[in-house]
Design a protein around this ligand. Sequence first.
Ligand code: PLP
Length: 390
Amino acid sequence: MKFDGWLSYRLDKTKEAGLNRKVRTMETAPLPLMTIDGEKQLVFASNNYLGLANDKRLVNAAETVLHEFGVGSSGSRLITGHTNWHQKLEDKISQFKRTEETLLFSSGYLANVGVLSSLPEKGDVILSDELNHASIIDGCRLSKANTLIYNHVDMDDLEEKLKATESCQRRFIVTDGVFSMDGTIAPLDKIMSLAKRYHAFVIVDDAHATGVLGENGRGTSEYFGVYPDVIIGTLSKAIGTEGGFVCGSKVLIDFLLNHARTFIFQTSLPPAICAASYTAFEIIKHSKDKRQLLHSNVKKIKTSLQEMGYTVKGDDTPIIPVIIGDTHKTVMFAKRLLEKGIYAPAIRPPTIPLGESRIRLTVTADHSLKEIDYLLKSFNLIGKELNMIK
Ligand SMILES: *Cc1c(COP(=O)(O)O)cnc(C)c1O
């Protein structure tokens, strides 16, 4: 079989299973209202939770540094890619997350892979929540330690697995802070006390929680008032820019700088992106109003959908999964939303379990009440049309 023929054969199997993916072209900045593939759409699908991705203050900060430092950083951090803007941003994140030190990576994905492939050693065990992000899963796959999966936020199951591995060298519990498909918040207080009782280390990926959860938006650690051993985050969600980071002790950061291959062998982030991110953290400190607005938008959507008779999963986070169940019905639902000018993706197996197909809404602080009302009205109409609600 020729190269393309062989790939087409495999691709056809993906398509037959109804799992074909494709990209859509965004023709405007990431706002609630965007032009997608030539059509105006009200977007309930972005991670721009605080509206910072196109904030003028971030744009100006990036522009100034862009003129001074150029576009690309032109080297890895350990060779020529470490500028004073990387240093300033790392210090800023340490302050914000209340940890000793921080190490920047080029993305959250690479931060997770870097930590999990370097920290646990052969003979160690990683205990990983079944709904953890793909980058955690890939990090576990690269690790020389064994990985055990525990049921989603199931503390009894986690404890059982901690007991069963007591003879192992070391145990690491790794979890998303906020789960990207279910919108659940990991019970970090309980995880921390189990970790203490069974002498395990805790690694938290706070991608969706940074800027969003906790009194000052510091994330799940602030929300629960706990201090995990390793906190991982991304700049690409509420922070509105690009890049990943790891926070923890001075020794942890020194270790990762020497051992995390996704740090060592990667060209560093552009200094202009670091400057924009630095400004974002300055803004987030004073963004209590925006965070409150975000949470009141979340509450409004969740309670209204529940009152209509929808099953809505998750905790009080901007990720709002509306369970439709049947895969075809879910695809139909997303299509009907699109026809009404609303873009919210249908999430299907294998991303989520069979029978739990859903419309995954994400809301931002910048969605107006009028836009939210239109979303809710549309859910009401389509739900009735498809005989899902009364
Ligand atoms: C988005 C996300 C990542 C990846 O972050 P990037 O900076 O986009 O690479 C990692 N973990 C979780 C939980 C995420 O939601």
